[in-house]
Design a protein around this ligand. Structure first.
Ligand SMILES: [Mn+2]
Length: 577
């Protein structure tokens, strides 16, 4: 068993209620940049302080998958709603009316009646934490009182799907102020809008900058009678921006998903052998995160790329379904993350399937690991994310110079976009309820660059406390990009042709951790083996977590889990070998 130096129960680890409160005030102040935040609602302040207190003590309603899985306090969502109301009032302190969000709908596959497992729509989940489909949620302004509207299914539903929970059951389960049958939604909205001449019906509408898809406004039969009072100009910006900044309670859920996924990666690392299929690694990961973590969903499709396949950045899709046989000498790049109660993790490990790095694999691995360390050393509030991308690129280019694959001045290489030949994707992205979380290119934030590499970033924001982002530098040998570079007179002089042939077909390496930006720097939510001796030790049967931290610069947070689902953080002795 590992040594525990400092044991901090998770509920004590949270800052005091007061500092948490001030933190959230500062976050919401930053959101309402155009107008100063006015806190004129004592009842809302009380509501928020209460929600924060409940989050830290884990009293009240919570979500859990039983056994020792994490207990997500429903107060987490109450706090999110309070933050949203504050952001809305920041725009207009006299705002009245009601916010209406529509939960996800159960779909069926094509023309059939097959129902894929339902997963809640992300904005709705952020505000209410409700697992079921076909639910609506309203938040009254300015009180912040929440009302859920739940469908009352008939007897056929009860026969095939089990008892219909009563509104009172739902109220207890989710900790909202009120639950009404869905039939009463129309009447409720009308009554809310009649309260004042200036009351608005605030609906969601806005562009997701990653997918290009729109978040659509809630709709129900009869909503058109309120078309003059509908407002789609305020809610989207406020809620998307609030989602960018994670509360301490949200970070704890993400710490859990990252820990579960990290331990699953370790299991896969231990089991990996030449002769296995890529999908068997995927299967092991899913088994571990579900059996030991209660994670029913993956946060995204697993990328289990071996041999030359890591050079296919989105490998694992239906046309390339993780079905290569692992061969002796292959590198594996495994990008897999589970989600728990809709909070995502996103982790990539890369290593040789036979447990032995070749000299060239070592050179590439160390270039990427140095990029990871350089970024983690520099991440803190106030730093532009584009600078971090450049820092990672620089470390990789320096590594490739050391490997004899590139020659020349690294600054000149960066000016000639040589970095994007080897790392065409962005350094990382916001993560939360979505793996590629919202708010990347929101109104009033830095615009997307047009330069190769930088243009692939899903956000160019300035880092702020409370953001969680992936840091995922990678170095790949993509024939198409290499051939284009050789034909580019600005890039080809940097490439040593003699050495390039040694690396073609090697695939690629990526290391991906989830990082929380703190007030003075950052914390790593991922606890995977990263240093080469750590990876080799685990592949040859070593214990994990280790007894000492040989790479404290990765800022990994060691945690153990108690039988009631609480996570306990501890520090490891550090050594510099
Ligand atoms: Mn990622």
């Amino acid at each position: 068993m590992h040594q525990m130096n400092i044991i901090v129960p998770y509920h004590l680890w949270f800052s005091s209620i007061l500092s948490l409160f001030l933190y959230h005030i500062s976050v919401t102040s930053a959101l309402a940049s155009s107008s100063p935040l006015r806190i004129t609602m004592p009842s809302l302040v009380d509501k928020r302080a209460t929600a924060e207190f409940v989050c830290t003590t884990c009293k009240g309603a919570y979500y859990s998958q039983g056994l020792d899985t994490y207990r997500v306090p429903m107060a987490l969502y109450e706090l999110n709603r309070a933050r949203l109301v504050q952001a809305m009032l920041g725009e207009n302190a006299t705002a009245t009316g009601v916010i209406l969000l529509q939960g996800g709908k159960q779909t069926t596959r094509y023309d059939t009646d097959h129902e894929p497992v339902f997963r809640q729509e992300s904005y709705f989940h952020w505000a209410f934490g409700v697992s079921e489909s076909e639910v609506y949620g309203a938040i009254s302004l300015p009180s912040g009182n929440a009302t859920l509207f739940v469908p009352q299914h008939g007897i056929d539903y009860e026969i095939f799907c089990g008892t219909n929970p009563s509104p009172e059951d739902v109220r207890e389960k989710y900790g909202v102020e009120e639950v009404l049958p869905l039939e009463r939604l129309s009447e409720y909205i009308s009554s809310q809008l009649e309260l004042s001449e200036s009351s608005k019906l605030h609906l969601l509408s806005g562009l997701n900058s990653d997918s290009g898809n729109m978040a659509l406004p809630a709709t129900y039969e009869g909503i058109k009678t309120h078309s003059e009072k509908m407002d789609t100009s305020t809610l989207f910006g406020c809620i998307a921006d609030a989602r960018v900044y994670k509360t301490a309670a949200e970070v704890e859920v993400m710490r859990y998903t990252h820990w579960v996924s990290s331990m699953a990666h370790v299991e896969v690392m231990r089991s990996c052998r030449a002769g296995m299929m890529e999908y068997q690694l995927e299967s092991l990961f899913q088994h571990h995160t579900y059996t030991h973590g209660g994670c029913r969903h993956m946060a995204y499709t697993c990328i289990c790329a071996c041999g030359p396949n890591p050079a296919i950045l989105h490998y694992g899709h239906a046309g390339k379904p993780n079905n290569r046989l692992l061969r002796d000498g292959d590198l594996a790049l495994l990008d897999m993350g589970a989600e728990y109660h809709c909070y995502a993790s996103d982790i990539t490990c890369s290593y040789p399937v036979n447990g032995r790095f070749t000299p060239d694999q070592t050179l590439v691995y160390e270039a990427v690991l140095n990029a990871q360390i350089a970024v983690i050393a520099a991440m803190k509030p106030g730093i532009p994310w584009t600078d971090m991308h450049r820092a990672a690129e620089r470390a990789i280019l320096e590594g490739l110079v050391k490997a004899g694959l590139l020659v020349g001045d690294v600054n000149e290489m960066i000016a000639a976009d040589v970095g994007a030949i080897f790392m065409p994707h962005g350094l990382g992205h916001l993560i939360g309820i979505d793996t590629h979380d919202v708010g990347g290119y929101a109104f009033g934030t830095p615009a997307r660059s047009e330069r190769p590499g930088l243009k692939s970033l899903r956000t160019a924001r300035i880092l702020q406390e409370g953001m969680v982002l992936t840091v995922e530098p990678g170095c790949y040998f993509i024939d198409l990009l290499l051939d284009m570079a050789l034909m580019n007179p600005k890039q080809s002089p940097f490439i040593v042709l003699e050495r390039l042939k040694d690396f073609r077909g090697l695939g690629g390496i990526r290391l991906e951790d989830g990082m929380l930006v703190t007030n003075e720097g950052c914390e790593n939510l991922t606890v995977c083996p990263r240093a080469i001796p750590e990876v080799l030790d685990v592949m040859h049967g070593g214990v994990w977590p280790p007894e000492e931290d040989i790479m404290p610069e990765l800022k990994r947070n060691w945690i153990a889990r108690e039988t009631n689902g609480n996570m306990v953080r501890y520090t490891l002795p550090t050594t510099t070998t």
